[in-house]
Write a new protein. Structure first.
Length: 251
């Protein structure tokens, strides 16, 4: 709570110093540091702020923002994470759960904190579908073999590509979170076939039916050779069936 009497008294002292007068004796100051131009300007600035406070004592003033420490993956317990075994999920859903399970005041983990590293590891890649269009991110053959998929979604602005992560990749991200964020060496991710073999006793996990279907995707004319509709970031009709086991090329 600001005391207006004390504030006014402090302003009187500062105003006296600005004018080169000793506030205690009333004598003129000679060759004093408060007469130096930059210091005198600072005193005038402080006096102005005190004047505003006296005129508007109830005005709410913005509190300075306190910088939060960066996200600390060591405070996150992977054992608390609940995996989606029956469906694929977006990276934002994974990140939201990690943030909710990490205690303390800190900056939030972001999706790009993880996906940028997956790009370095060759599981995702950036691409520009056409001249003058913005950059997008898609999965690679390596990413697809490990459980990263992509589907087309409709939005008001046009079509966009949604990247999805199965239970295999969810485990990889959560169990290697510290290494992912700190640019430390990472183990090779398991392919879905390897993961399914290791999880033979778990009848919930359903791997891709045939790894050859994944390999076929690497030969698709995507996205460089795709026809694009004017005004849309992606085509209305794709030149192939999105069903992995039935791929049709346009002649």
């Amino acid at each position: 709570m600001i005391d207006p009497v004390i504030t006014a008294h402090a302003k009187d002292y500062i105003d006296s110093l600005i004018n080169g007068v000793d506030p205690l004796t009333g004598e003129l100051l000679q060759d004093d540091i408060v007469l130096e131009k930059r210091i005198n300007l600072c005193l005038r600035y402080v006096s102005g702020i005190l004047g505003e406070i006296l005129e508007n004592p109830t005005k709410k003033r913005k509190q300075p923002k306190v910088a939060l420490p960066k996200f600390n993956s060591e405070e996150f317990n992977p054992d608390d994470f609940v995996y989606e075994k029956r469906e694929t999920v977006t990276i934002s859903k994974i990140v939201d759960q990690i943030n909710n399970l990490t205690p303390g005041e800190h900056k939030k983990l972001t999706s790009t904190d993880i996906t940028n590293r997956l790009v370095k590891e060759g599981m995702l890649e950036d691409f520009v579908p056409g001249e003058g269009m913005k950059k997008y991110r898609r999965t690679t053959a390596k990413g697809r073999s490990c459980g990263i998929s992509q589907i087309w979604k409709d939005a008001e602005q046009g079509k966009y590509l949604m990247i999805l992560y199965d239970v295999n990749m969810q485990h990889y991200i959560v169990e290697n979170l510290t290494a992912l964020l700190n640019d430390e060496p990472l183990p090779q991710p398991k392919t879905n076939s390897e993961y399914a073999s290791d999880s033979a006793d778990d009848d919930i996990f359903e791997p891709v039916a045939d790894d050859s279907a994944i390999d076929l995707l690497s030969d698709l004319p995507f996205p460089e050779d795709l026809p694009f509709s004017e005004g849309l970031p992606f085509p209305d009709v794709l030149p192939f069936d999105t069903n992995l086991l039935s791929i049709n090329y346009e002649e």
